[in-house]
Design a protein around this ligand. Structure first.
Ligand SMILES: [Fe+2]
Length: 260
């Protein structure tokens, strides 16, 4: 059967044409690669800048409360470790490493007369001191950056208690964000066992007992169980960090593996 359809002939490329086309394609691919590389580098730089800002905030807060510098580094790694043991994603655990050190950033808004008072705080002073949770939240909140959001959540919720008697919102049980429940335990344990100018250090055994005594009241009982089951790992981690004090920049870049 005959048709009137015309057959379009595709001209064959001469060797030199196809060679040129290939060269052009390679050039375009390389240009694209460079563009993507530049974009990735910019994104990495922005990401790093977010981390740096958070760390600088933490440093600013710690300048007010001098003897806690290494405490917040330990806190970062311990928060990461507990998150990993819980089965949380690697990404979440890493964000916990960077966000947990910011938990007390609100102390920047507490007067020295209260923050550095050597003795016990009276009721009014305690009330002012407790506002550091909300101050921290206000400093960190209203950002779309996930790391800032997590840091804000921790700042606001790390003094809530599992039985609902904490502050500032008297949240109870799982209404307390997981990140706040994690930081509550490790902050308490690490603060008890570190040297502070105003009180003696507790032994690990006593600190463990004190954590266990408050399981289900102050702390999430499931997290306490997991923390105590792995206490040797946390003590080893603490020891390694004390032996190799890190800078804040190193906290961003060094994974847990270098300690374990
Ligand atoms: Fe706090």
């Amino acid at each position: 059967m005959q048709t009137n359809q015309k057959i379009t002939k595709i001209p064959l490329l001469a060797f030199s044409d196809s060679d040129m086309a290939l060269k052009q394609m390679v050039k375009i691919t390389e240009d694209l690669k460079r563009t993507y590389q530049a974009r990735d580098n910019t994104l990495l730089a922005v990401n790093e800048a977010h981390h740096q800002v958070l760390m600088r905030l933490a440093i600013a807060a710690e300048y007010r409360d001098e003897d806690t510098g290494v405490h917040i580094i330990r806190l970062g790694y311990m928060a990461e470790k507990l998150s990993t043991l819980l089965g949380e994603s690697e990404e979440y655990a890493f964000m916990m490493r960077l966000a947990a050190p910011m938990h007390d950033v609100g102390k920047i808004g507490i007067p020295d007369s209260i923050l550095k008072k050597p003795g016990k705080l009276d009721v009014n002073e305690r009330e002012v001191m407790n506002t550091h949770a909300e101050i921290g939240f206000n400093i960190l909140a209203n950002s779309n950056v996930p790391l800032f959001k997590l840091a804000a959540t921790i700042a606001l919720s790390h003094h809530e208690k599992y039985d609902g008697t904490g502050y500032p919102n008297q949240l109870a049980g799982n209404d307390i964000p997981l990140a706040g429940r994690i930081v509550a335990i490790i902050d308490y344990f690490d603060a008890l066992t570190m040297d502070r100018c105003y009180r003696q250090t507790f032994s690990d055994d006593i600190a463990i007992k004190m954590v266990l005594e408050q399981s289900g009241t102050h702390f999430d009982p499931n997290l306490v169980d997991l923390f105590i089951e792995n206490i040797d790992t946390f003590i080893k981690l603490r020891q390694k960090i004390n032996e190799n004090p890190l800078t804040y920049n190193q906290l961003i870049n060094y994974s847990l593996e270098i300690f374990m």
